[in-house]
Design a protein around this ligand. Structure first.
Ligand code: SF4
Length: 443
C-alpha cells in the first residue's frame, strides 16, 4: 500500500500535518505502507490503484485554492482516480461536507477534527466513503514525530490540546472533547529535548487555547535545569489568557539568557469592559494592560487578536478600543483582526433577540471568500449572513455597513495584518478597503 501526500504551503509556511499523521500511523499501526510526496511535477508517476491513498490537508480558507488546483490536476491526469483520497484540516470545521463531496466526487473520506485515530481506522478497517468526526473515535495515543517524517518548519506542541477550560465567550466555538492525551510539564519537556537531540529542532509552537503560566514555567525550568538553554530553543505560545498568573514566569525568564518565548498571542478581543462583560470574556482591562506590559522586557513580542464587528458595539466603544491600541502600540508586534461571523454553532445564536441579530437566508460560500477571483466551486460555509441593530445608525445594519465604522482602525494602524476577505464582506466594502489598505489583499 502506498500513501501519497503533498505539502501545501499556507502563506510562507508549509502545512506539515501529514507528517504528524504518518508518524502516528507508523507508531501505532501494524499496517505496512510506503510513503511518497506528491507534487504537480511527479503526479503522473502516482500509482493509481484502489489499494493506495492520498492525504490532503488544508487548515484555512486562503490556501484552499491550492487544494482545489491539486484535485483538478489529479482529475486531469487520471480522469478516473482509483486511489482513495482522505482530506482533513481545520477548514473542514467550517465547510458544508455534502457540498465538498458533491463538487469533488473523487474525495472518498472527510476527516473532521484531529486526524490520527480517524486515519488509522479508515485504513485498518477499510471504512467506506463518508464523513468521519474525530469525536467518534478513540482518543489519540501518545506519539512523537519519527525521523522518516521529521518536520522542516516548527514542531507543534500541546499540554492539553486546543481545548479551552474557560469556554464561555459567546462568540467562540468550544471544543467539547479533548482528543490528545493530557501531558504535564515533564512530558512536554521530554518531547522537546528529544526533538532537539534527534533532529536539532529549534522552533516550537504551542497551540493550546488555554495554558496555565505555572505549567509553562515548570516546563521551562526542566529544560533549563537539564542544560537545554544553550541550544536556544524558541517557543511561540498561542493561548495564555490575560488573567493568568504571569508572575509565575518571572523566575525562569530572568534566568534564561536569551528570549526563549519569542512570541505570544493574546485574545484581547475588544478593549472595553462593557463589551467584554456582555460577551462573557471574563477578563478586565487592567489584566489586558498588565499582560501586554509583561513579556516585552524578556524579548518576547505580543501578537494581539482583536474581534471587530460584534453586534451592539457603538462608536463610543470603538473610540475606546482605538485609544487602547494607540496607547499600547509600541507593545504590539502584530494586530490580528477578525470580523465577527455568525453561525448556529455559536453560543450567541441562543441570544439572537437580546443581541438584535437578524439572521438572513444566505449561507456564505467559498466564492464569497475568493470574491469570484479564482475558479472555485460554491461550497457553502457554516457562516450565515445577518444584519444587526446599530444604535449609531438607528437601523439594522449589514455587515459591510458595520465594517465601515471600523475603517479608521485600518487607516491608522498598519500593524493590522489580516486579509479582510476572511470577513465575508460585500464588494463595495472591499473596494473602499482596498483603496486605503491594498497591502492587506492577496491574489
Ligand atoms: S475566546 Fe478564547 S477564552 Fe474565550 S472561550 Fe474561546 S478559546 Fe476560550
Amino acid at each position: 500500500m502506498k500513501i501519497y501526500y503533498p505539502i501545501i504551503y499556507e502563506g510562507k509556511r508549509p502545512n506539515e500535518n501529514p507528517l504528524y499523521l504518518l508518524s502516528y500511523l507508523r507508531s501505532h499501526s501494524d499496517i505496512a505502507f510506503s510513503t511518497h510526496t506528491l507534487t504537480p511535477q511527479n503526479m503522473s508517476e502516482l500509482e493509481n490503484s484502489e489499494d493506495n491513498y492520498i492525504l490532503l490537508s488544508v487548515t484555512s480558507l486562503s490556501p484552499f485554492y491550492k487544494f482545489h488546483h491539486l484535485l483538478m490536476m489529479l482529475r486531469k491526469t487520471f480522469r478516473h482516480i482509483k486511489c482513495k483520497i482522505i482530506v482533513g484540516g481545520a477548514v473542514f470545521y467550517i465547510l458544508n461536507h455534502q457540498d465538498v463531496l458533491k463538487h469533488y466526487p473523487e474525495i472518498t473520506h472527510i476527516c473532521v477534527g484531529k486526524g490520527e485515530e480517524v486515519l488509522k481506522a479508515i485504513i485498518e478497517k477499510n471504512l467506506p466513503r463518508g464523513v468521519y468526526s474525530a469525536q467518534n473515535f478513540d482518543r489519540v495515543q501518545k506519539y512523537l514525530l519519527i525521523p522518516e517524517f521529521a518536520v522542516k518548519d516548527v514542531v507543534m506542541l500541546t499540554f492539553r490540546d486546543s481545548r479551552c477550560s474557560w469556554g464561555k465567550c459567546l462568540f467562540c466555538h468550544h471544543q467539547t472533547r479533548c482528543m490528545y492525551p493530557n501531558k504535564n510539564a515533564a512530558d512536554v519537556a521530554h518531547e522537546v529535548m528529544h526533538y532537539i537531540d534527534a533532529f536539532g529542532t529549534r522552533y516550537f509552537y504551542f497551540f493550546d487555547n488555554h495554558m496555565e503560566p505555572e505549567t509553562l514555567a515548570e516546563f521551562l525550568e526542566i529544560l533549563f535545569h537539564r542544560g537545554y538553554a544553550k541550544f536556544h530553543p524558541q517557543f511561540y505560545v498561542f493561548g495564555i489568557r490575560v488573567d493568568g498568573n504571569l508572575k509565575a514566569l518571572n523566575p525562569i525568564l530572568q534566568k534564561w539568557p536569551k528570549a526563549t518565548i519569542d512570541g505570544i498571542a493574546w485574545g484581547v478581543e475588544f478593549y472595553d469592559q462593557e463589551i467584554l462583560d456582555r460577551f462573557k470574556k471574563g477578563t478586565s482591562l487592567a489584566q489586558i494592560d498588565t499582560a501586554l506590559d509583561f513579556f516585552p522586557k524578556y524579548g518576547t513580542v505580543n501578537d494581539v487578536y482583536i474581534l471587530l464587528g460584534l453586534p451592539t458595539i457603538t462608536q463610543k466603544n470603538i473610540a475606546h478600543h482605538e485609544r487602547f491600541i494607540e496607547k499600547q502600540y509600541n507593545n504590539i508586534f502584530r494586530l490580528m483582526t477578525s470580523f465577527f461571523l455568525f453561525n448556529d454553532g455559536l453560543k450567541i445564536s441562543e441570544h439572537s433577540d437580546e443581541f438584535k441579530i437578524n439572521k438572513l437566508d444566505y449561507q456564505f460560500t467559498l466564492q464569497d471568500f475568493f470574491m469570484y477571483a479564482v475558479d472555485i466551486p460554491p461550497i457553502r460555509t457554516v457562516y450565515t449572513d445577518f444584519t444587526s441593530w446599530d444604535e449609531d445608525l438607528q437601523k439594522y445594519a449589514s455587515r459591510g455597513e458595520t465594517f465601515l465604522k471600523y475603517l479608521s482602525l485600518y487607516q491608522k494602524f498598519n500593524k493590522i495584518g489580516t486579509c479582510p476577505r476572511l470577513s465575508f464582506l460585500d464588494e463595495k466594502t472591499h473596494t473602499i478597503l482596498k483603496k486605503i489598505r491594498p497591502d492587506l489583499y492577496f491574489g
